[in-house]
Design a protein around this ligand. Structure first.
Ligand SMILES: Cc1cc2nc3c(=O)[nH]c(=O)nc-3n(C[C@H](O)[C@H](O)[C@H](O)COP(=O)(O)OP(=O)(O)OC[C@H]3O[C@@H](n4cnc5c(N)ncnc54)[C@H](O)[C@@H]3O)c2cc1C
Length: 380
């Protein structure tokens, strides 16, 4: 198992639970600061418009996150509730409602008067609809993945810090890979699962170079006004402002880090290994302009910290979970596309079933064949 981000760690865990011998390796450490799974927190939600497949994956994953959270020293899951907000009943909102009704999932519809009463920290004058998911919230990302890797090792899995080189077969016509070359060692296994997030295009340049789009994303944490409880986790939910598909999202001041606000729009192409991670003045100004509109009491509050991360987008935003087209013992797991974290447990289960041969039929949307070379984002 190569890559100890959220996808690799949960896949390793699922394989171990099936009685397999699993070696999990990572070049930089589980949920390290350059990985897509690094950083403080991620939202988990079932609102996905009409994309029921992701509603289901998020739902299937929540019990595993709760289990991990209960077994950890500090919480991995904060049940804040998640609020999606819209200018009106746009197709994404209607699709979300339809899927939740069909699956019997709790989802409350809130009008502007209700929103104004219940969430006074937001400005509501351009919003007519809120969709409220009471059971979801925020996952502590770095803590979650690192806790899971600790559990994996305690349960008999092996973890090693090493960098795997670009995989090669012994001969051009070979249909499998015999061994991997890694820092100071060679690794031999029956199956190799690559869950290398934004490094997948580097490891498989011909195959994934044209099919994965790694983008720079910036996240900001602002100091709430001292003594103001409106921005704490007891009063403020996780939230997503749909904003015509150009979403802003954030969390309350969890664990004293600050109120998190970010724009989900894809940034410039990014090499995950290159350069310092200093947030840009432009992105900060953009978020502050948004805060002026949505959170007037926060707009002039100081910045506590910022983070630069990357999305590893596929053409549509659908995940990639498939066998390598030439090598039958090599598997590709990735393409989280800015929304993968919450689904880690379900993705891990799915990937483990593929690798062990328990599941033959692929969800067509996760296949390599469905991945185009032009970005047409369809999943939000
Ligand atoms: C700013 C931001 C906000 C996000 N918000 C959300 C959210 O609110 N909700 C949500 O569900 N998702 C969210 N996501 C998406 C989610 O975090 C990612 O989809 C997910 O973390 C991807 O995990 P991964 O395991 O595929 O990749 P990674 O976490 O990047 O893990 C890949 C690992 O592979 C290792 N590796 C790479 N190459 C090698 C090699 N050659 N040898 C050994 N190891 C190697 C790396 O060191 C790394 O640890 C967000 C992402 C970002 C960046």
């Amino acid at each position: 198992m190569i890559g100890a981000g959220v996808f690799g760690a949960w896949t390793a865990w699922s394989l171990l639970r099936k009685g397999k011998r699993v070696l999990l390796v990572d070049a930089r450490g589980p949920a390290n600061a350059r990985a897509s799974s690094g950083g403080e927190s991620r939202l988990t939600r079932t609102s996905y418009g009409a994309d029921e497949v992701y509603t289901r994956l998020a739902l299937e994953s929540l019990p595993d996150w709760k289990w991990l959270s209960e077994s950890a020293d500090l919480p991995v899951f904060h049940r804040l509730g998640v609020l999606f907000i819209f200018a009106g009943m746009v197709p994404y909102a209607a699709g979300t409602l339809e899927v939740h009704q069909r699956l019997g999932l709790p989802l409350e519809t809130l009008d502007r008067a209700h929103l104004t009463r219940r969430f006074p920290q937001f400005r509501w004058d351009d919003i007519d609809l809120g969709l409220w998911e009471p059971d979801f919230g925020a996952l502590m990302s770095r803590r979650g993945v690192q806790t899971l890797v600790t559990r994996f090792v305690a349960a008999g899995g092996e973890y090693r810090l090493t960098e795997v080189a670009v995989p090669r077969a012994a001969a051009p016509e070979a249909d499998s890979v015999d061994e991997l070359v890694a820092t100071g060692q060679r690794l031999e296994a029956a199956q190799y699962v690559f869950a290398c997030g934004p490094w997948l295009p580097t490891l498989f340049p011909d195959l994934l170079g044209p099919r994965m789009f790694v983008t720079r994303q910036e996240v900001f944490f602002f100091a709430p006004p001292p003594g103001d409880a409106r921005f704490g986790p007891a009063a403020m939910p996780g939230w997503v402002d749909f904003n015509d598909g150009d979403m802003f999202y954030g969390t309350p001041d969890i664990e004293g880090r600050g109120v998190k606000i970010a724009r989900d729009k894809h940034g410039a192409p990014m090499d995950p290994d290159a350069g310092d991670r200093l947030a840009s003045v432009d992105a900060l100004a953009d978020v502050r302009a948004y805060m002026e509109r949505r959170f007037p009491a926060l707009a002039r509050q100081p910045l506590n910290e910022s983070r630069v991360c990357q999305y590893e987008n596929t053409s549509s935003g659908d995940f990639l979970i498939d066998r390598h087209p030439r090598w039958r013992n090599v598997w590709l797991v990735g393409g989280g596309s800015g929304h993968g974290f919450k689904h880690g447990p379900a993705v891990g289960r799915y990937a483990a079933q593929l690798v062990t041969g328990e599941r033959a039929a692929l969800e067509p949307r996760f296949s390599l064949a469905a991945k185009g070379e032009r970005q047409r984002r369809a999943v939000h």
